[in-house]
Design a protein around this ligand. Structure first.
Ligand code: RTP
Ligand code: MG
Length: 140
């Protein structure tokens, strides 16, 4: 059994639509624990660190612009295999393709923009989670 932590963001589209509570409800209903919670508007510097792997890709600039456009809800969650588990709750990156029952499948759609406005972010590995938690919750 592996107890992990993951970094979750309710992105500006989800925050603006009032979906932070719904996302946190699903996380808690799954049995994961909330370890840290914050509301903040990301800085370009934080986003450059967070999305370093995507620098140079066509969606990078629109992604940073979108993510810095307003408040997000940032959370550290904890639980058995919660990195994979939360990505399973979130669903596929493109909300149109995300399965019903997932956050993106139930609540998102393709808005036809330059970047997928897909409600949530979840770390893609325990190593990414540790790196990302350091960006959003330094000292945790
Ligand atoms: P996330 O990092 O947000 O949990 O999502 P992910 O792993 O499913 O997606 P990733 O490939 O890491 O991409 C990061 C975010 O960039 C936006 N994106 N838009 N072609 C597009 O329109 C496109 N591709 C990626 C999404 O917001 C995605 O979540
Ligand atoms: Mg990712």
């Amino acid at each position: 059994m592996t107890i992990e932590r993951s970094l979750v963001l309710v992105k500006p589209d989800g925050f603006q639509r009032g979906l932070s509570g719904e996302v946190l409800r699903r996380i808690e209903a799954k049995g994961y624990t909330l370890v840290a919670l914050a509301i903040l508007t990301p800085t370009v510097e934080q986003l450059a660190a967070h999305y370093a792997e995507h620098e140079g890709k066509p969606f990078y600039e629109p992604l940073v612009e979108f993510m810095s456009s307003g408040p997000v809800t940032a959370a550290v969650i904890e639980g058995q295999d919660c990195v994979r588990g939360f990505r399973s709750l979130a669903g596929a990156t493109n909300p149109t393709e995300a399965a019903p029952g997932t956050i993106r499948g139930d609540l998102g759609r393709d808005w036809g923009l330059k970047v997928q406005q897909n409600i949530v972010h979840g770390s893609d590995s325990p190593e990414s989670a540790a790196r990302e938690i350091g960006i959003w919750f330094p000292g945790l």
